[in-house]
Design a protein. Sequence first.
Lengths: 122, 110
Amino acid sequence: EVQLVESGGVVVHPGGSLRLSCAASGFTFDDYTMHWVRQAPGKGLEWVSLITWDGDTTNYADSVKGRFTISRDTSKNSLYLQMNSLRTEDTALYYCAKVALPFGVLIHMDYWGQGTLVTVPS
Amino acid sequence: QSALTQPASVSGSPGQSITISCTGTSSDVGGYNYVSWYQQHPGKAPKVMIYDVSQRPSGVSSRFSGSKSGNTASLTISGLHAEDEADYYCCSYAGSSTWVFGGGTKLTVL
């Protein structure tokens, strides 16, 4: 059974840093592109970042580019999101998601975790 | 990377059909056949209902269908059921390994 379990969400002051983790199981983590998607309270989904199965390609939404860094550790079957220079508008539930097929980028997300809440108070 | 445009809300009675539109640009929806639709119930993670414009994952009801014309994609739900009441989001590839979601549509089953 595919499982994605996010952790690391806390209350952090503006300008602070935080690292989110996503522990993956039930599939061959090394083979799949992974995403981070966030959802501000009461708002819609916002794509944040992507990393390919081999880690060679990463990209970010303009809203986080230069502040967030996505990475993965195949030895730990884990996905990470390093978040720096946090702003109040980064307050959201952060989901990790896997794509449906291995070794591809242009593939929809099929499994999502339950999310971890990051709060940056004003 | 502007969000795709969806109606804020739609509604229908049980048994009726509804369609949710998702308008982008030639740089996202119009440029690629990589549009997916996600259903999200309150407090739950999103679930993919349609991918690659019109493909339905295994286990998703055939009442859900997708299409695209130009820069606008559409999700149609036929024979509405009470459990279809949820938020729906479109998502499109936007080039250079980036993706963009729509603002979301709240479906109310009357």
